[in-house]
Each structure stands twice: as structure tokens, then as C-alpha cells.
Design a protein around this ligand. Structure first.
Ligand code: SAM
Ligand code: SF4
Length: 445
């Protein structure tokens, strides 16, 4: 196909990763990226289904595309990702100007679907099984120095609020050799940082072990093997489940010098009653105990989390338990969400769905508390010297944006090329970023 494409990505890193592959396939087919929608022959909306506003955004965006399609029937509109998998035929019923609906498992077939749409009209593929990992497809990356690497897709848990197992299916891990071959290839091409991706990364490999065996996770082994890849400097991973941070994983992190000192440790709630109703396998004290063990093993590690406010039946007392755990855990940062009922999940039909005002009021209190803690944690960094990796131009007159191993953003006054490692002294702190200056490297005599 010739012409230009535009991809709009919603949702999590998994979707960012899939979008790189969508761009990669379109480029391999002869297309080039467009600057805006007016310039595009193919527009892809890569969607998220985690919260309700994601649905609303998709149909809002499709509404904006309708007059463009009416004016230019050659424009091809594609809906990909989790909402495509969830809403399936409903999308083309509600928006008949959509040419292709491609579910999460059907991504490798995108080009075929586009071609068939040219000849035969609207197409949909929402098959239930992944034959090819998206990482095996060509990629169009924004950065030459860092990359996502998918290690598993799907999730075997059944958290009662979550739509992911419905739209991404059961966990399927990629063979360890395939992951390593991809990381080695990336490192040879100048990538210095990889982020290993999965819905529940630390159960990686359970589905690969021999049937009837102990269904052992291979995540610790994978970390150690990726750590040996020459040329690579930083390894990250997301998202893990607190329950699966087994001692062997913590040990592998502590002993692998390329694994960054940052974990995402999703709490969801600090109330035992709510955790039980969410079908999360841990309880508050256990969670805090695990966190203490990790901090002992990896000094200076930064911790981020996910928290849902307003789960059905959450009382004021339950919410105060969440505030208490947040205070005690001292997270560096938190993604805070208002509970959003997802049709098909168990929580959506639970009694005691909370009124919006109650959820909003609790949410605001949680955000205020976490902002204070984030700021305190950031201030603790002032005066320290850290290794940062330059990502690109900074905002608001600050020259350069860079990132520490602990995943903190540092704005530097001096310009540097993306992909450069710099030693920086932290000079200032805000809740969501640090400021710093480059430390001159000593000139060798
Ligand atoms: N696998 C990850 C885990 O177990 O932590 C979560 C992946 S999910 C894409 C990211 C976050 O979205 C979850 O951790 C949760 O906090 C939030 N989330 C999921 N479903 C939600 C819902 N129905 N309402 C509000 N937030 C939700
Ligand atoms: Fe969803 Fe994460 Fe729970 Fe899996 S572990 S069901 S992805 S919240």
C-alpha cells in the first residue's frame, strides 16, 4: 500500500508495544507515518478497555472520523486492541464507516484484512488465540535506544474488576530462546534499555513447563539470562503481581546489575475485605511484609503502585485502610483509578456500587496524600548523583528530559542527544520530576 498512516494509541504499555508493530507492518508494506489525520490514508485507533471512559473516547474519535470518511471513501479506518476484542461486531454496527476491526490476537493479519477491505468492504478478525507473538513482527519505534519486548500475553488471574483476561485470554509465554534472540538483536542495533512486557510478568513461563510439573515460573531465570546480553545497560519489566514476587525473583533482581532499581507493585486496595472481594490473593500486612523484604534486598529501590478507589462495597473504613497502607508503604508514585464497572466482570454485578460523589471525594483525598508522599520521596533525592539516560527534549524551557534507573524523570539544563548516559547531580524536586545538572566527567591524564 502507498500513502501515510496515523496510529492513535490508548491505554497501557502493551498497547504501545502493539502500536509499534502495527506501524512496523504498515512501513514494511511501503507506507510512511503521517503528521495528522488530514494527511493519512490509514488511521488506526489502538484501543483500551480497562475503564469506561476508554469506550467513550473510542466512539468519540470514530464520530470525528465519520465526515472525513464521507469526504474521502479511500480513507481506511482500523480499530485494534482490547475494545476491538471486547466489542467485536458492535463497533461496525455503531460505526459502519470502520473498515477493519482487528482483535488482540489477530494483529499479524492486519495487512491481509486491509487488502480484503479494499476489495470486499468492512472486515473483522477477533480470533481467540494468538499464533504469533507481536514481538515477532517488524517494529516502527520512536526511540532507537530503548524497546519493549513482549514475554507473555494474557493473564491467568481473575481479579473481579478486571477485563484483561476476557480480552487478552489466558497467559501464553514466549519461548525463552525467542525472547533472548530478540533482546540480543536489539542490543546489536544499539538498544541499551529493554522493558519486558506481560500482564503478569513474574508468572512468565508457568505455561511453558512440562504438563503435570510444578508449573514453575521462569521469570528469575529469564532476568538472569537477559542480564548477560552484551551491550544492554538497563532492564525493566511490567506489570508484575505482588503475589508472584517470589524470593528467587527478588534475588535475581538484586544480583543482576542491569535490572533497574524500580518495581511496580500494584496494591489495588489497603483493605483486607476489599482485597478479598477483588480476589487479590494477598492481604495488607502480607503486602507490606513483601515490600519490606524487597527493600532490604535492593536498597534504594523505587516503588510505584496501582490503586482503585470506590470498589463496590468499599466503606469509609476500608478507604481509610487504603490511606494507611499508602502512608506506611511510602510509594514513590501511584497510578490512582476510580473504579469503573466493566460489563462481564464479577464486580460489575456486585451490590453496593458507590455513588460518583463518594468515589470522587475519596479519590481526591488519596491523590492529595500520594502527592505529598511523592514530593517527600523526591526531595530525599536532592544532592545525590545519579546515572540518567537521556530521552529527548524537555518541556517548558528545560533542555533535556532524562530518566534514572529508579524511573524518576530528571530535567537537565544542558542539551544531550537521546540515548546518552549522563551522570547528574539532583538539584531540585517536584512530585513528578527532579531537576539536575550534568556532572562533568573527569578528563583522564
Ligand atoms: N496486571 C496488572 C496487575 O495485576 O496489577 C494490571 C493491569 S491493568 C492494565 C492496570 C491497572 O488498571 C490495574 O492495576 C488496576 O489498578 C486498573 N484497573 C483495572 N480494571 C479496572 C477497573 N475496572 N476500574 C478501575 N481501574 C481498573
Ligand atoms: Fe487484571 Fe492484573 Fe488481575 Fe490479571 S492480575 S486479572 S491483568 S488486574
Amino acid at each position: 500500500m502507498d500513502g501515510r498512516y496515523l496510529i492513535r494509541t490508548f491505554g497501557c504499555q502493551m498497547n504501545e508495544h502493539d502500536s509499534e508493530r502495527i506501524g512496523g507492518m504498515l512501513r514494511a508494506d511501503g507506507m510512511r507515518p503521517a503528521r495528522d489525520v488530514a494527511d493519512a490514508r490509514v488511521v488506526v485507533l489502538n484501543t483500551c478497555a480497562i475503564r469506561e471512559n476508554a469506550d467513550n473516547r473510542l466512539y468519540g474519535n470514530l464520530g470525528h472520523l465519520k465526515p472525513l470518511k464521507a469526504k474521502d471513501p479511500d480513507l481506511r479506518i482500523v480499530v485494534a486492541g482490547c475494545l476491538a476484542q471486547k466489542d467485536q461486531g458492535t463497533i461496525q454496527e455503531r460505526a459502519p464507516w470502520v473498515d477493519v476491526v482487528v482483535g488482540t490476537h489477530a494483529l499479524p493479519h492486519l495487512l491481509d484484512l486491509l487488502r480484503r477491505a479494499e476489495r470486499e468492504g468492512p472486515q473483522m478478525d477477533v480470533r481467540e488465540y494468538t499464533e504469533l507473538f507481536p514481538s515477532a513482527l517488524p517494529a516502527a519505534r520512536d526511540d532507537a535506544f530503548r524497546a519493549w519486548v513482549s514475554i507473555a500475553v494474557g493473564c491467568d488471574n481473575a481479579c473481579t474488576f478486571c477485563i484483561v483476561p476476557f480480552v487478552r485470554g489466558a497467559q501464553r509465554s514466549r519461548a525463552i530462546g525467542d525472547v533472548l534472540a530478540e533482546v540480543q538483536g536489539l542490543a546489536r542495533n544499539g538498544v541499551v534499555e529493554v522493558t519486558l512486557l506481560g500482564q503478569n510478568v513474574n508468572t512468565y513461563g508457568r505455561d511453558l513447563s512440562v504438563p503435570g510439573s510444578s508449573r514453575r515460573s521462569l521469570f528469575a531465570e529469564l532476568l538472569r539470562r537477559v542480564n548477560e546480553v552484551d551491550g544492554l545497560r538497563r532492564i525493566r519489566f511490567t506489570s508484575p503481581h505482588p503475589h508472584d514476587f517470589t524470593p528467587d525473583v527478588v534475588e535475581a533482581m538484586a544480583e543482576s546489575e542491569k535490572v533497574c532499581e524500580h518495581i511496580h507493585f500494584p496494591l489495588q486496595s489497603g483493605s483486607d475485605a476489599v482485597l478479598r472481594a477483588m480476589q487479590r490473593s494477598y492481604r495488607r500486612e502480607r503486602y507490606l511484609g513483601w515490600l519490606e523484604r524487597i527493600r532490604e534486598a535492593i536498597p534504594g529501590i523505587a516503588v510505584s503502585t496501582d490503586i482503585i478507589v470506590g470498589f463496590p462495597g468499599e466503606t469509609e473504613r476500608d478507604f481509610e485502610d487504603t490511606l494507611d497502607v499508602v502512608e506506611r508503604a511510602g510509594f514513590d508514585s501511584a497510578y490512582t483509578f476510580q473504579y469503573s464497572p466493566r460489563p462481564g466482570t464479577r464486580a460489575a454485578t456486585m451490590p453496593d456500587q458507590l455513588p460518583k460523589e463518594v468515589v470522587q471525594e475519596r479519590f481526591d483525598r488519596l491523590v492529595t496524600l500520594q502527592e505529598r508522599i511523592s514530593l517527600e520521596r523526591a526531595r530525599g533525592q536532592v544532592g545525590s548523583e545519579v546515572e540518567v539516560l537521556v530521552e529527548g527534549e524537555g518541556r517548558r524551557g528545560l533542555s533535556t528530559q532524562s530518566r534514572t534507573r529508579t524511573n524518576r524523570i530528571v530535567h537537565l539544563a544542558e542539551p544531550f542527544d537521546p540515548g546518552t548516559f549522563v551522570t547528574a547531580r539532583v538539584t531540585g524536586a517536584a512530585a513528578h520530576h527532579l531537576t539536575g545538572e550534568a556532572v562533568p566527567t573527569p578528563v583522564l591524564a
